[in-house]
Ligand binder design. Sequence first.
Ligand code: MSP
Length: 582
Amino acid sequence: MLIRRIRCLKYLGTRYNSSHYVTTPIFYVNAAPHIGHLYSAVIADAHCRYQRLRYPELDVRLCTGTDEHGTKIQQAASLHGVPVAKYCDDISQRYREVFRSASIQQDDFIRTTEDRHKRAVANFWRTLYTRGHIYSAAYSGWYCVSDETFLTDSQLRLDEATGTRYSLESGHPVEWTEETNYMFRLSQFQDDVRHWVKTEARIRPAKFEKILLDTLSEPLPDVSVSRPSNRVHWAIPVPDDDSQTVYVWLDALVNYLSSVGYPDEKFSAHWPPAQQVIGKDILKFHGIYWPAFLLAAGLEPPGQLYVHSHWTVDGQKMSKSKHNVVDPLQAAQQYTMEGLRYFLLREGVAHSDGNYSHVKAQRILNSELADTLGNLLSRASAKSLNPGQIYPSTSAEHLADLLRSLDAAKRLQDSLLHLSERCASHYECNHFHLVADTTMAALHAANNFFESSKPWTLKAGAPDGKQARLETIIAMTMDALRLSGIVLQPIIPQLANRLLDKLSVPTAQRGWNYLAESFATSPNSSNSHPGLGESRQLDGQTSALLFQRILEETAAKEVKQQQPQPAKRSKSKKKERRETMS
Ligand code: MSP
């Protein structure tokens, strides 16, 4: 654990300029977005939001987009009977909508069909060619259209019964292909790529570094980087040779350069990317081809590849044929988009596949967002207890007494004291699940403190009524809510904002450094609030109901609606059937 942390922090230490360029993979437009795609984007977004929060001086830039060339896309468009360009426009737009609704804060959304990208690809190709890394050759091999790649024998499975070969990794069929291609001298970059993979905690989590090193322990064959135009015409033409088009993976990878303005010099202000988020299925392309292409072009490869595993649904791989593909917009109707973001980041861990299940989502969201977080805000701001609707200041005398006499108060203080340091170290490693864990532990401590201090016995009119003590309890609870809100901003930005709005925390006081301002750090301060100054009015415009519980019936009904139903016979069909029978 410690070693892992040190490695993450070491990576941080390697940052040498103020740019922090982060990318998601660009998404194929052959099908609509699902939660797996959203997961790549949400990881990158939460990472960037944390970087902005923690290092306001950094120039953080997030790029995402769509990958629109190749046979797969051609085929999908013709299957839908739509011109391919229009098909790309439509699906690309759906990605934009999903990302907007999920609060993905991208600085650029790039499409590989844009001119700026085509220019970058042509330039990149010419650079490789001029430097002697591309040559023309007759090529034959097993080609997988769906994976858009040639595969070696060891990457294939032969179905003895039919004689068909399939890609071991994706399960898609391959076809024998003989053609003249341009080849890239990948074999010459084996040592450089291995060196790059092994240094500076480059590939995270570490298990993916091992997978790459295993692949790199065998000699790398050169790789085909073009296809005949008559086979793949929906692609970028090879410069100075219209009979060939650029291999879709070379085309796609260059998007990371096009987005920052390559080949114009301005691109170097952002180059290389600090972190590239990818799914495990595209590790080879990003961990071997990509650094080799960049080194061959005389450019620096990325600082880090952050690789995540996949989501299954109720234990099964998501696929159209199984009717279990989860549409993020539909899921958001059940859980809200903030709820979905929270679930993906809370439940997903990068090193192993996560299982998306409704029961689990409902349980986590109800218990953590509705109860532990939401309910505490409702209780602390309830009119019965807090008729003035304020975020009060603490009284030094009562604060000291509570911390002395109540274990629960001391435990809350302890967890708030460590919140910033613990969560920062989890965020540095993209361990969002641990950030959520740590924050929920602090909120549990706050709930526990609230319960143990029995504020309802102190309110005006109660026998023990002590206004200053009551206000101190509410202030301590609101401090816990405020700090949690600050910490959770990268994970649930909208919900955290609403919480901080309700507590009237000025925008300028939502930065990471404000985690150091609370009763926990200044238990002896006099009658003013250490973080916010004097007591302040809660925001009456913002509801104290942060997250609505997901009700069993609604949820069950909606899940049922999403599942494929046996085709219902229409009345007329039934009638028709009766008539034929009689
Ligand atoms: N277009 C290529 C990437 C080119 S990047 C230069 C591609 N596109 S994709 O649409 O198929 O996948 C995009 C991302 O979604 C990948 O990171 C992939 O791992 C991720 N996911 C696709 N299915 C997934 C799950 N079931 N679960 C989690 N992520 C998944 O590959």
